[in-house]
Design a protein around this ligand. Structure first.
Ligand SMILES: Cc1ncc(COP(=O)(O)O)c(C=O)c1O
Length: 301
């Protein structure tokens, strides 16, 4: 039976319900995280990836939205581990913490409204194909920091993602790439982006209206450890077309190589060697097969 931690107790997920008058449902005034736990079959152990970093970002998002989740990072880490322990998962899991403006009030403000915290977890496999996707540059622009900050993981912001990704799917693509209002590349619909040009891994800066991704940090570390130079700089749309390799990264998508963009092949139209190398190391690290990255993982059981 799927469980949730809600209103300070563990309950059946189907009992963790809210009123239709809830502020966050009406106005998008919530913050959330997406965290993965990976099952290692040989060891029969489940590991949560970058758990602390996710809750630290959650706190930063909540601070932007003036939401008080009512728990410390430490508490939320413990509740999440306990939530997974109680469900005794033997497969990969996606964890969804959520803090939101909970009162049933018709008033658009962030002040004077009671906040709630909940977390639940469900089994999850791959979110996007990991062997090569075809993406489009979206006609929707990425949210601007001075409108709705992408830096914070706000529930209402994902309307932007839903608009772009739906158009991409209806047009036959696997995902969408957002540009900023100034015309530079921001990120995927729910993932950060890296391209390879002349042996250097390039990714947009945190000032390009991106979510400050935790997988993005992991990729930069893996690249550094493999001696691959990393550059953080603005990227033009057509640089993507002429890049040697391109891939999306995120907790949901993991590492998703892009082999075609706007009906053009990237490189040979196959997964390139830099992407493949990083993907291999990533897949080993997240399942506790590389001891040097053991501190990224929290053991559930
Ligand atoms: C808009 C957006 N950008 C980037 C990411 C990747 O962030 P992370 O690696 O922390 O999961 C996500 C999602 O998880 C996202 O929704």
């Amino acid at each position: 039976m799927p469980l949730a931690y809600f209103k300070n107790e563990f309950v059946a997920l189907e009992q963790a319900t809210i009123s239709v008058a809830t502020h966050a449902l009406n106005y998008g005034t919530g913050c959330f995280e997406g965290i993965r736990a990976y099952y290692n079959e040989e060891q029969d152990k489940l590991y949560i990836l970058k758990l602390r970093e996710h809750y630290e970002r959650f706190m930063r998002s909540c601070s932007v939205m003036r939401i008080d989740p009512g728990h410390s990072v430490e508490d939320m880490i413990n509740q999440t581990v306990e939530l997974l322990r109680r469900q005794n998962f033997h497969q990969d899991v996606y964890i969804r913490p959520l803090a939101f403006k909970a009162d049933p009030v018709i008033k658009v403000t962030l002040e004077g409204i009671h906040d709630e915290f909940a977390v639940f977890a469900l089994p999850m496999g791959d979110y996007l194909p990991t062997k090569g996707i075809h993406v489009m540059v979206s006609s929707w622009r990425r949210l601007e920091d001075n409108a709705i900050p992408s830096r914070a993981k706000i529930t209402g912001s994902y309307v932007n993602t839903a608009l772009a990704v739906t158009d991409a799917h209806l047009a036959g693509f696997d995902d969408a790439i957002f540009l900023t209002e100034s015309g530079h590349v921001a990120e995927g619909s729910a993932a950060n982006l890296f391209m390879v040009r002349n042996g250097t891994l390039v990714t947009p800066a945190v000032t390009d209206n991106i979510l400050e991704g935790i997988t993005r940090d992991i990729i930069m570390r893996l690249a550094q450890d493999a001696g691959i130079p990393v550059s953080t700089r603005p990227i033009d749309r057509t640089e993507l077309y002429v890049s040697d390799e391109l891939f999306l990264v995120g907790t949901g998508v993991q590492i998703s190589p892009v082999t075609r963009i706007d009906h053009r092949n990237i490189g040979q139209g196959t997964v390139g060697p830099v992407t493949e190398g990083i993907q291999t190391r990533y897949n080993q690290a997240i399942r506790a097969r590389l001891p040097e990255y053991g501190d990224w993982l929290t053991l559930v059981k």
